[in-house]
Structures are given as C-alpha cells and as structure tokens.
Write a protein that binds this ligand. Sequence first.
Ligand code: DGP
Length: 114
Amino acid sequence: MTSCIFCKIAAGEIPSDQVYADQDFVAFRDLQPQAPVHVLVIPRRHVDALTEVTPGDADLLGRLQVTAAAVAAQLGLAATGYRFVVNCGRDGCQTVPHLHLHLLGGRPLGWPPG
Ligand code: DGP
C-alpha cells in the first residue's frame, strides 16, 4: 500500500533501525520504546489489522511469531523472557494500520496491561 508508513519502512523508503529482515518479514526498533528492547515485527505484505485476517493467513501469522521469537533470541531475550503484543483497532490502541507485533523485553513487564 503506497501510503502506508510500515510498507515504506519495509521497502527501505523510510529509514529505520532494522534488526532483522527476510523476504517476508522485517523487524525494526520502535520510535517510542516502552521497554529497553522494543522491536516491531511486520509482514512485508500489507494487512491492516488482525480484524482483517482470514484462515488463509494462518501460515503468515504463525511465521510472524516464529520470526519474532528468533529476533528475541537474537537480541538476547530468550533467557529472561519477553512479551509479544498485537494491538488491534481503537480499543486495542492500534495507531498504525499495518499488522505489527510488538516485541518487548529487557525489564520485568507489568500485568495486567493498562
Ligand atoms: P500501535 O499503537 O500498536 O499501532 O503501535 C505503533 C508503533 O509504531 C508505536 O509504538 C510507534 C511506532 N511507530 C510509528 N511510526 C513509526 C516510524 O516511522 N518508525 C518506527 N520505527 N516506529 C514507528
């Protein structure tokens, strides 16, 4: 999608602090980090949000989490743990309409979330 900021980041048209990339996924540091490690993992293919996924996206969603777990390990979080967050829609506080997984770690994380 030409107007999507995360599509532009994935395409390299907008700079980012990239920590991982392959043919289907890109991971880069969040501009407004909420933890010592705060990385966004996105599919290159534009999907607005979890509300839009279909059973045909199951492989993409599974590989998104497998990729994010590998990125967490790459960044040294496997021993101490981490959290994945996928915000969806207004009540979920989604601000960028391109599906993305937040990888948060590097400190103890509170529960329940706000
Ligand atoms: P969400 O609220 O779940 O839609 O999270 C969107 C996140 O994206 C938010 O934590 C800030 C981050 N973000 C927004 N624009 C940019 C950008 O241009 N570059 C980077 N690295 N992060 C961005």
